[in-house]
Design a protein around this ligand. Structure first.
Ligand SMILES: [Zn+2]
Length: 419
């Protein structure tokens, strides 16, 4: 069965990629001029299929394919069209275009449904200048807090003012999540942003869970001194000790991940050195460990071992090391019924599939807290993402969209049993 139009997908990806900062493709930061233009393009597409187009109170843009009855139930499909700086043409975008391609099929074939389908561009999924990711999906689920809404970015702009500027109405945001009592299912298609599917030659990754994400700060206090006159045996160099710890963290994470059959990764990506001067021995170093795990026991093992190493190094190097927990977001399971349906659809369509964990957070992580939601991954070339080289063949988007479409058609056929 030829469900979804490949040329349509290719055209949409290419058209949307035109709305990028000219000097740094492909950049479409949330609230930017390029973002507004990208949304105007998407609104136009919604109109071509006669969808009712709206911006909700949290600033999410969506188009509604109305049911043939006056049913209040609905299905949400979506992802995001904002990008990181120097991002790619597919992260988030593939999921929104997937939703459009499903609507095109339904519309071209005059398919009547007993529920509405809403296709979403969830506002600002990527981490932004307010240090808040998933603005729209948090907003729709009722977890965009007052503190977040009132936070200021580096230019002093308040987040809620920006949401209101692009059509939101943040005064009413707390009522938004009420709608989930009518939501039958939420679907998202996303590029994997890793190499598992590509290496195994598998079409579809049905996501079981989003990992527990935690961040921990390590502060090392040594002693500053003259780089020319302080003898090597008399130094308390905070950067040297930080280096030892970072290498240890990487080694430990590799060991644990080899034994753990679920997702386990640890990264040190941010480090600050004081006073950061060529001729001064570093007195203080702060760095952040980003930890993403499914199994709690692996997480506990990692943190216990790391703690032991810190105690050992403190003694050995005779300096202070402090450990602080910064944040933790819980492990989130995707909906099992939706996943069963997605697996059945992939099977029926003769696509290969596997169950997998997500290493990244996505809009669906928030939706899964309040509704039946899941996400599928499609392969992307060399696992590259958040860079201009990001690429997935349109055939992968077509296959993933067909899996979601098939699940929607199954919901239609079994509608009376579900509600
Ligand atoms: Zn994304």
């Amino acid at each position: 069965m030829n469900f979804v139009d490949l040329n349509f997908i290719e055209k949409c990806i290419s058209q949307l990629s035109n709305y990028t900062e000219k000097d740094r493709p492909f950049t479409r930061l949330v609230f930017s001029e390029e973002f507004i233009k990208g949304r105007a393009w998407l609104t136009q597409k919604f109109k071509e299929f006669n969808l009712i187009t709206k911006v909700d109170d949290a600033g999410n843009l969506f188009g509604i394919y109305k049911s043939s009855t006056n049913a209040s139930k609905k299905i949400l499909i979506g992802s995001h069209i904002d990008t990181v700086a120097y991002g790619g043409k597919y992260d988030g975008i593939a999921g929104v275009i997937s939703g459009l391609s499903i609507i095109k099929f339904l519309s071209d074939n005059n398919i009547e449904l007993p529920f509405d389908i809403e296709v979403y561009d969830y506002l600002g999924e990527e981490l932004n200048d307010w240090n808040i990711s998933c603005i729209g999906s948090r907003g729709i689920c009722g977890t965009l807090s007052e503190v977040m809404l009132n936070s200021k970015n580096s230019r002093g702009i308040i987040l809620k003012d920006e949401i209101d500027r692009i059509g939101g109405n943040t005064k009413n945001i707390d009522k938004l999540s009420n709608q989930f009592k009518n939501v039958l299912a939420c679907f998202e298609l996303h590029i994997e942003q890793g190499t598992t599917l590509e290496n195994k030659g598998i079409d579809i990754g049905v996501v079981e869970s989003m990992p527990n994400i935690s961040r921990h700060k390590i502060l090392i206090e040594g002693q500053a001194g003259h780089s020319g006159t302080t003898l090597m045996e008399n130094r308390k160099d905070a950067l040297v000790v930080a280096s030892k710890l970072i290498i240890y963290i990487n080694k430990l994470a590799k060991e644990i991940s080899q034994k753990d059959n679920r997702h386990f990764v640890a990264t040190v990506g941010k480090i600050e050195v004081f006073p950061n001067y060529v001729t001064i021995i570093p007195s203080n170093v702060e760095f952040i460990v980003d930890l993403r795990v499914v199994n709690e026991t692996s997480r506990d093992l990692f943190l216990n071992q790391l703690n032991k190493e810190i105690i050992k190094l403190k003694k050995l190097e005779n300096l202070k090391i402090k450990f602080q927990d910064l944040m933790i977001s819980p492990y989130i399971e995707m909906n099992k019924t939706i996943n069963e349906s997605l697996k059945k659809s992939a099977n029926d369509l003769n696509f290969t599939f596997m169950m997998m964990d997500s290493g990244a957070g996505h809009d669906t992580a928030h939706l899964a807290k309040v509704s039946k939601a899941s996400i599928i991954f499609i392969p992307c070339q060399n696992g590259l993402s958040h860079c201009p080289e990001e690429f997935t063949d349109s055939i992968n988007i077509k296959k993933g969209s067909e899996v979601i479409l098939k699940s929607i058609l199954d919901l239609k056929d079994n509608y009376n049993e579900i509600i």
